[in-house]
Design a protein around this ligand. Sequence first.
Ligand code: ADP
Length: 272
Amino acid sequence: MKYAIIADGSILFQGNTLTLLLFVVIGGAISVGIALMIWRKMQENEIMKYEFITIIAHKFRTPLTQLKWLIEGLMETEQDTSSRENLGNMKQSTDRLINMTGTLIELTNADTENKASYQIESVPVCESTRTVTNSLKAAFQEKNISFSVQCLVEEVTINADRTRFEFVLQTLLENSFNYTPPGRQVQVSVDADARRAYVTVTDNGIGISVNDLPKIFGKFYRTQNAKSMDTEGFGVGLYFSQTIIRRFGGKIEVYSPGIDKGSTFRIVIPRK
Ligand code: ADP
């Protein structure tokens, strides 16, 4: 099948569908890659410009989403098995690019927003924890990590922005997922005393050295063994999580007995 893609009134490409899509996916991947490299370089030079990242990320999102729809449309009609497989791979790559772009947008938003933009409400901690853990159960199961969730106090509530609170829970759980090898365990528990609520995520994964412990909440900091285990992290999830939880009057604590001895992250937040 031949296609012509017309942009700004001019014909850009004419050829086989798969070649065309491959061209666009690879082009997109290279562009996001270059943006990330520039971002890292700028961060190294301490002249990072959030506006620049935000503009790039927003500019990528629309064409990537259009590309995804185009691929999905072709997948519905394509009869040839190997072409369908190729289209499936392209869709996966496009989904990853969309996720990376989304992460860039979220992160730049999180750093520039102030507390006035938070929707503070009464958040039931167990319910929020279950919402997030339920969405990740299948992934833990697939990686063969035993995953348990316990609410020791059912009715505890906090004053928080629910979406942001769940973003923090998601970050801690994704980290425990990424940094725990198959065959090991992750435990989540919700507890409270008279004044505070606690959400604890404990894993027996790669652990954190005593030197690294004070640094991991810093922007862009990643430990050496984390880099080799998960190559896609940005090293900013904990930084944003700590910023968010502090805005609710709380903090995130971390404890690890050392490398390969697991880690415990605990959110401590005043009760409503
Ligand atoms: P990212 O996971 O994208 O690198 P984060 O800011 O979420 O960024 O985490 C910063 C670093 O803290 C990680 O790169 C890793 O070195 C360390 N870390 C976070 N959670 C864990 C964990 N559960 N086990 C071991 N190391 C962790």
